[in-house]
Design a binder for this molecule. Structure first.
Ligand SMILES: Cc1cc2nc3c(=O)[nH]c(=O)nc-3n(C[C@H](O)[C@H](O)[C@H](O)COP(=O)(O)O)c2cc1C
Length: 209
């Protein structure tokens, strides 16, 4: 059985371009695979723990092989839960809008929670950094008002695609399919065409998985 973890980031729900394309992906995947499991994380519903001083202290204790105190243990357990849930999936579907040339803060918060030493990555002086989430794949559905793939100058401003692909690779997920929905803010017709083109790509990719 292949388990998909769907991470939904747009707060716009039925007005969201990225969610519309992700739903087409999931439907195509479900039609193709009779036995499958999809877990959805709506990052606007999820009450993620704060990444605060206790959590950071716990993180450094883990990195330095030291014993954490009781507050640090509690903070570490709270984030371990999310990292374990993340690692239990076989395929990741992340649909997100671009906000200020990058990702919405809700997704950055989630990444800050799950990107942890000993849980999703490891470091040793001999081997350097090593991703621990291996043997898995991801589909990224990225909506943006501008057309960042249209020139090198605009592509250099796109920290949504580059950051997500880098951080997933860092934790070990190197098989990544990125589907762009762009531009969505020029006019309604152009937006509709961008969504239809992305749906076509998403459905074709879902059928290959
Ligand atoms: C707070 C905010 C910031 C945004 N920043 C950018 C941006 O930097 N570049 C861009 O091209 N579009 C930007 N947009 C537009 C969205 O990326 C675009 O409308 C996208 O299609 C929204 O996806 P969604 O419909 O799935 O929410 C921004 C939108 C919002 C609400």
């Amino acid at each position: 059985m292949s388990k998909i973890l769907y991470i939904e980031v747009s707060p716009r729900k039925d007005r969201s371009a990225s969610i519309e394309v992700a739903q087409s992906f999931l439907k195509a995947y479900q039609d193709e695979n009779t036995v499958n499991q999809t877990e959805t994380l709506d990052l606007w519903e999820l009450k993620l723990p704060e990444f605060n001083g206790d959590t950071i202290n716990a993180k450094y204790r883990v990195m330095h092989g030291e014993d954490p105190n009781s507050e640090e243990i509690a903070a570490w357990e709270a984030i371990t839960k999310y990292a374990d849930q993340f690692k239990a999936a076989d395929h990741y579907l992340i649909s997100t809008p671009m906000w200020n040339f990058s990702i919405p803060y809700k997704l950055k918060h989630y990444i800050d929670i799950i990107s942890q030493p000993g849980l999703t990555w490891a470091f040793s002086p001999e081997e350097g950094y090593q991703g621990l989430v291996t043997g898995k794949s991801a589909t990224l559905i990225l909506a943006r008002g501008g057309e960042y793939s249209s020139s090198d100058e605009l592509a250099a401003m796109d920290f949504q695609k580059s950051y997500l692909e880098m951080i997933l690779g860092f934790i070990g997920i190197t098989e990544i399919k990125t589907i762009l929905i762009e531009p969505t803010l020029i006019d309604p017709e152009t937006k509709t065409q961008a969504i239809l083109s992305a749906i076509e790509q998403a459905v074709a990719h879902a059928k290959l998985l």
